[in-house]
Design a protein around this ligand. Sequence first.
Ligand SMILES: CCCCCCCCCCCCC/C=C/[C@@H](O)[C@H](COP(=O)(O)O)NC(=O)CCCCCCCCCCCCCCC
Ligand SMILES: Nc1ncnc2c1ncn2[C@@H]1O[C@H](COP(=O)(O)OP(=O)(O)O)[C@@H](O)[C@H]1O
Ligand SMILES: [Ca+2]
Length: 554
Amino acid sequence: MERPGRLLLLSELRVRNAAYDVSLNRSLLTWKKRVSSPVYHPFRPSLSHNVPVSEIISVREEEEENGSRQKEDGSWKKMKEQEGGDCRQSFTVMYVERGRQHRWRCAEVTFTCSDGALCQRWVSSIREQLASIGSRPKHLLVYINPFGGKRQGKRVYEQKVAPLFAQAGVSTHVIVTEYANHARDHLRTGAELKKYDGVVCVGGDGMFSEIIHGLIWRTQVDGGVDLNCPDETLSPCSLRIGIIPAGSTDCICFATVGTNDPVTSALHIIVGDSQPMDVCSVHHNNAFLRFSVSLLGYGFYGDVLTDSERKRWMGPARYDLSGLKMFLTHHYYEGTVSYLPARGTMGTPRDASTCRSGCAVCQHNGQLLSEKGEKYELSDAPDCESEGEWRTVRGKFLAINAASMSCACPRSPKGLSPAAHLADGTTDLILVRKCSRFDFLRHLLRHTSKDDQFDLTFVEVHRVRRFRFTPRYCQSDSDLELDLQENKHQIFSQICRDHPACGCTPAYSSWNCDGEILTHAAIDVRAHCQLIKLFARGIEEPPVFEDLTNPCAI
Ligand SMILES: CCCCCCCCCCCCC/C=C/[C@@H](O)[C@H](COP(=O)(O)O)NC(=O)CCCCCCCCCCCCCCC
Ligand SMILES: Nc1ncnc2c1ncn2[C@@H]1O[C@H](COP(=O)(O)OP(=O)(O)O)[C@@H](O)[C@H]1O
Ligand SMILES: [Ca+2]
């Protein structure tokens, strides 16, 4: 058990006109009601409150003269009047309070002191403790996508987030984006990153993707790393990223915080949380294409995204309509998937336990990969196929999904791969082979229930460090490994001739890369362990109530 820290202050203060013993040490602020009779009463509400110093948002002195907000005890008022000095006798502490379903709220408690000097001592002691927490950001660079989700990003930031940052003394430089890739390009070249302790993204997964592309690109250029080489070890980004959810799916926020709520996210930023996260790099013929942190999906999810982009005006509902349409269309795609299974790492995609705050699997694998990094990466090189490490699966697939994290979101609260980890250096490769519509629906429905979506004969899942996909028609003719956009007509006429099943089924899908369309079908993917960090802490376990005198806990 952790030893209680050295006591910094202990005073009798008043809260709502009742006397409390209030104490502060380096880790906790505690206020305990003074009771006249110490007789145990099972139904008396909890009389003691503990707030970790790390969860205090800020402290402010109350302006009111004579403590007008607090009905003070007469004797204290008298003392103050006699002193005739500083009349600020009350201070308010704002702190994190946990609500339902991982939501955080800002709660307040006002303490009234016997004199102004004591009030001053309390305020400065708490401020000193807060200032000594090195992980809290002071200056943030904020990008707002005003068109994400229901187009509420700007309003949400101004009304719910900016006031909290101001209260916590966090200064910001806010940029409302004017066009797609504005944030990415500003981070790449324009932003003076040294001035900031972090970057905040107000938007959805697509906007987050812009931010990581700007940040990771910049970090590699500064470190002299060639992004086009898939075997390069990438330099981790030092700036943390906060996500204020204002998009359509917001799966990265949901899977790292446990809820899509702007206030909760703002509070995780203010308290200076840190959650490392894996990033996959995607290459095509030794040319860098993109990064992905959540879903890389070919077939079903690629087609849903492509179709939904035409319906952007509908807002988040576009995904449901396109989902239904692509479900009915029931396209399958032929190709070869090769993958390098994760060796020596803890955990499997079929584990019952899931990635949670302070996850032991992520810590273990993170350490393993950073220690053995070089050796491990060398044996990972694709030409080690001769060693028999790489495995190959050929077939017809309705969907090929790589989930680097659970991809939990409100549509699917446990996600595409419920046991995937945020920071274990692996991605879960899910292969859904051609099956009937009925069977595919069973698989999809299991994303929304407790049933195991992998426990079906046509679904397989592998935890991997790398994988490659080659569509069938690329193999027979390497010239066909080309950009779909430029050569669409040529490919389609070829495919329709080669495709006996029907004249309209395309042979190529696109990849859904964190909500952005990737038109190259043939890709080479590699997981980079803990390349970025978020202002988050992973999903917390539900609290264990220890205080049995609290009736709410029984
Ligand atoms: C029958 C119900 C089936 C529900 C299946 C739900 C599975 C949902 C898994 C969602 C994984 C999400 C991974 C994250 C992707 C995001 O990066 C990305 C971009 O996010 P952004 O817009 O915030 O920028 N979002 C997406 O690509 C959206 C994917 C959403 C897919 C929805 C699929 C709905 C399927 C409906 C099928 C209906 C069949 C009904 C038959 C009677
Ligand atoms: N000012 C802007 N105008 C148009 N598009 C933008 C702007 N800012 C960002 N984008 C782009 O909007 C797309 C969707 O953004 P996102 O915030 O993820 O919303 P959603 O979740 O609704 O898709 C991303 O591809 C992003 O690059
Ligand atoms: Ca992972």
